[in-house]
Design a protein around this ligand. Sequence first.
Ligand code: DC
Length: 222
Amino acid sequence: MKIAIDGPAGAGKSTIAKRLAKELQFVYVDTGAMYRALAIDFLRRGLDVKDEERIVAAANEDTVTLSYVNEEQQVFLNGENVTAHLRTEEVGNMASASSAYAGVRAKLTASQKKLAEETDVVMDGRDIGTAVLPDAEVKIYLTASTRTRAERRYKELMEKNGTAPELSVIEKDIAERDDRDMHREAAPLTQAADAVLVDSSTLTIEEVVERIREIIKEKTGL
Ligand code: DC
């Protein structure tokens, strides 16, 4: 069984996908973390984000694998656990830019398809329903307004660091990332024709999980 959850940054995909995976006892695969792992390598090598040839060559030398500790995904870059280093602005920006290259995508898409062949998955990302698992039994396109997503990010940063950029700055950053993810040539973020749209702007996490559980039940009986 394959459940695909796509949508823009900050829509709540990972929180929701993790909950669903736990309830269904499926494996949760956070594909954004795999792009972030490669981004760490590109940064360490000092590669210029515009240098597609060297970035793709580096991606083809790298190995990104996943394992699970207490149901938490751990990401390994060439055997090194890089999970603790994935969530910085610098890594996020490099992941966003380098994921536009078809050669980088081909590398990770292949391993994501393989993972889904081996086990039942809830997989989240940008192109899961359209490119990675076009035959997924359930496809969800989870979104929320840019303002809502900026507010969530602001709250998260305040809780974590006690400080955060102004809301308008965060909102602009989110809009720019959406633009990059939606307008790149290779597997852009878009709602698959057979995906169900869920707008989480005015819903709590529990309400979103409940709504998606209903959709899963309708489609699969699970
Ligand atoms: O979901 P995230 O912010 O961790 O993802 C980081 C970047 O990786 C994001 O800007 C877009 C890219 N990405 C992608 O192109 N395809 C995916 N399936 C997942 C992430």
